[in-house]
Design a protein around this ligand. Sequence first.
Ligand SMILES: Cc1cc2nc3c(=O)[nH]c(=O)nc-3n(C[C@H](O)[C@H](O)[C@H](O)COP(=O)(O)OP(=O)(O)OC[C@H]3O[C@@H](n4cnc5c(N)ncnc54)[C@H](O)[C@@H]3O)c2cc1C
Length: 390
Amino acid sequence: MIVPELPPEIRELKARAARFVEEELYPAEAHIAERGEIDRHEIHDLKDKARAAGFSNYNVPAEHGGPDLPMLAQVAIEEEGGKATNGLGFIVCERAPRELLELASPEQLERYVLPTLRHERQEAWAITEPGAGSDVGAIAATAERDGDDWVLNGEKWFVTGGDQADYLVLLALADGEQTLFFVDKDAPGLTLTRTPRFMHDPYLYAHPEFRLENCRVAEANRIRGGGGEGARKWFTVERLMIAARCCGAAERLIDLARAWALERRAFEQPISQYQGVQFPLADSLTELLAARLITYHAAHEFDVNPDAKIVHGKAAMAKLYASEMAGRVADRAVQILGGRGYMQENPAERHFRELRVDRIWEGTSEIQRVIVAGGLFKRGIAPYVGWEAP
Ligand SMILES: Cc1cc2nc3c(=O)[nH]c(=O)nc-3n(C[C@H](O)[C@H](O)[C@H](O)COP(=O)(O)OP(=O)(O)OC[C@H]3O[C@@H](n4cnc5c(N)ncnc54)[C@H](O)[C@@H]3O)c2cc1C
């Protein structure tokens, strides 16, 4: 099956997420546009509301009290989150760090992961370094064993949520092996050095930089068997979710541009009458449908295909296509909205800026192409299209 129908309970959940975004997050966006900054109290209240409405931990397995929604359902919710700007969508798609549930020891579960599920603690992922972004294999942060401890040195950049987190999931080279560690934010030797501003600001999360100088963590904080594999799993899921959010953003942008095209008159008729306005909208809708299908397909494959490498390749295709599609759709929407599309109070202006990062983070477009091409040369076409000529 290429894309299954969303079951009624998932459609209902998606519809509720859509209502939450429209009724709660769109007004919050307007407040941010007016003030030029995020009001943390407002975000806190919105998070409480979203959690009470069940939009949290929905990827958590039943043994930890979650509904364990299939990936297809998760992308259906994430699409709705993608419609909001300023990163507010993350409030309605607050997935738990499921990879950590699988990787952590029972003791690490108690100290880090379960408190995170209860919203008592918050994590941030620290993989990227000044000298290693796309090339994760080039990370230079080191962990050296010293008795019962590990001593960490290095630098980590672009740590999303690192400002608000109280621990980092940090990748370092331990005895030459890429290894994940839980590092408490108040660990001696760990310093938040800088909080740069980004194109998408004001944004729900900052992306600070950290320095580790003889930062000492206990052996009990080392994530066993994780490392590269753990990071890969995290990337696959996050890439799928980026694809879904891009589809949601594109849907909102097409809706805004369509409404404006019908309303706005120029040269004595609605601009929707001009092919110069119709064709970009037709292209946008067509590309959105293609992106949604590939995203839903990759999500469904995540649920049913036991071959993690094929799923990884399909998630890369979804992220590549959907993020580039959303960039084009945002550009066309701004053009159709004219000068109003360039005003910060207009969601199209915000999406135009904010969607740019989706072609960069969690692996650039070029890296997605490297993954897809690598899979094609190694395995051929058949496993990706699910069909082999007789
Ligand atoms: C807002 C934001 C939030 C982020 N959040 C996090 C986070 O929470 N945790 C984290 O660890 N990281 C995070 N990142 C880092 C992000 O994943 C990296 O920026 C990204 O992977 C690209 O790495 P780089 O910036 O070092 O670019 P580089 O790797 O230096 O790439 C520069 C250019 O070279 C191209 N290039 C590189 N290699 C190849 C190749 N083999 N073939 C063709 N082209 C190539 C790239 O596509 C790009 O165009 C975040 C980044 C941003 C901007």
